[in-house]
Design a protein around this ligand. Structure first.
Ligand code: 13P
Ligand code: SF4
Length: 306
């Protein structure tokens, strides 16, 4: 079927079912273009809390859909493709977290949003890439803070806070952002001398150390849109290029590496979105007792990030 016809059917189904579509900044351009809300983890969490829709289609990875379900236990939360499983969220095991808590009984637990609801039940607070530093600073339990599972974001926070950060697991990482090698970045800088480097904190420490601005996906878009400069080198997943061009059409963006693709974020297609709206399969349901406990650290994040 032609894309225009699919888009028309999506619009009609959305109206009939009082549904909205949330899409992460890394989704396919054609999915981003039909979404009601596009953003990073923080914006999608806020949108999930504010909506009066009866059905929420989440074009993102599994932990994002779970978070939406935790905040909306009475709504239909549907993923167009449940195969979109984030490997980073799978790296944090409850046993490791419990052991770290046992070893550090006075520590508070701050978990990255890229975790499952069950792990979130063990957290004092959660954070996104955009508010991790602010939250770590504002948490009132002092130091140390147990943080997981991304060692890139942990490095970013540790470098900027006096609090002690204990990272679990020691080697948690995003396989996509870790594809951006220091060599790629140095080569790109040579090809575009003087151009500012922006990037995501899930990148490796040595790549982060070369950046002029480090932020969440939405933070990078806002920074580039509002900056005086007209050109940027981008160290992030290439899907962000679409949002960058949309928000700052007169500026030029050079991806540090064209092969930095999160294939999981690309799983929802227009046809799958239409099918999700029509058939209502692949529903995300979080058991009530887990949802109630996982909601607490998410709400604390929203309080502390103000
Ligand atoms: P943001 O919250 O910065 O959008 O990042 C989420 C993510 O999974 C990027 O890999
Ligand atoms: Fe997970 Fe990395 Fe893909 Fe984000 S970019 S969804 S952290 S694998």
């Amino acid at each position: 079927m032609e894309p225009k016809k699919i888009v028309d059917r999506i619009e009609r189904l959305k109206r009939e079912k009082n549904a909205i579509i949330l899409a992460h900044n890394y989704e396919r351009p054609e999915v981003v273009d039909i979404a009601d809300v596009v953003g990073g983890s923080a914006s999608l969490t806020r949108a999930a809390l504010d909506t009066s829709a009866d059905m929420i289609i989440v074009c993102g990875v599994d932990f994002m859909a779970e978070t939406v379900a935790v905040l909306n236990p009475d709504k239909k939360v549907i993923m167009p493709d449940r195969g979109a499983v984030c490997p980073m969220a799978q790296q944090l095991f409850a046993e490791d977290l419990l052991e770290a808590k046992k070893k550090n009984p006075d520590a508070e637990v701050l978990l990255y949003m890229n975790t499952y609801a069950k792990a979130k039940t063990l957290a004092d607070c959660v954070c996104t890439s955009g508010n991790a530093l602010r939250i770590a600073e504002k948490m009132d339990g002092g130091s140390p803070i147990i943080f997981g599972p991304d060692r890139g974001l942990s490095y970013y926070v540790s470098k900027r806070t006096t609090k002690e950060i204990i990272t679990i697991p020691e080697y948690g990482y995003c396989p996509v952002h870790h594809q951006i090698a220091l060599e790629d970045l140095l080569k790109a800088k040579k090809e575009h001398p003087g151009v500012k480097v922006v990037g995501h904190p899930e990148c490796t420490p040595e790549v982060q150390d070369q950046m002029d601005y480090i932020g969440s996906t939405s933070g990078i878009v806002a920074y580039c849109r509002d900056a005086d400069e007209a050109e940027f080198l981008v160290a992030a997943e290439v899907g962000l290029m679409h949002m960058l061009k949309k928000e700052a059409p007169d500026k030029t963006f050079y991806p540090v590496s064209n092969t930095t693709v999160c294939t999981l974020m690309k799983m929802p297609t227009l046809m799958k979105v239409e099918e999700a709206l029509e058939k209502e399969k692949q529903r995300i349901v979080v058991p009530k007792e887990i949802a109630a406990e996982a909601r607490r650290p998410i709400e604390r994040m929203l309080e502390l990030s103000l």
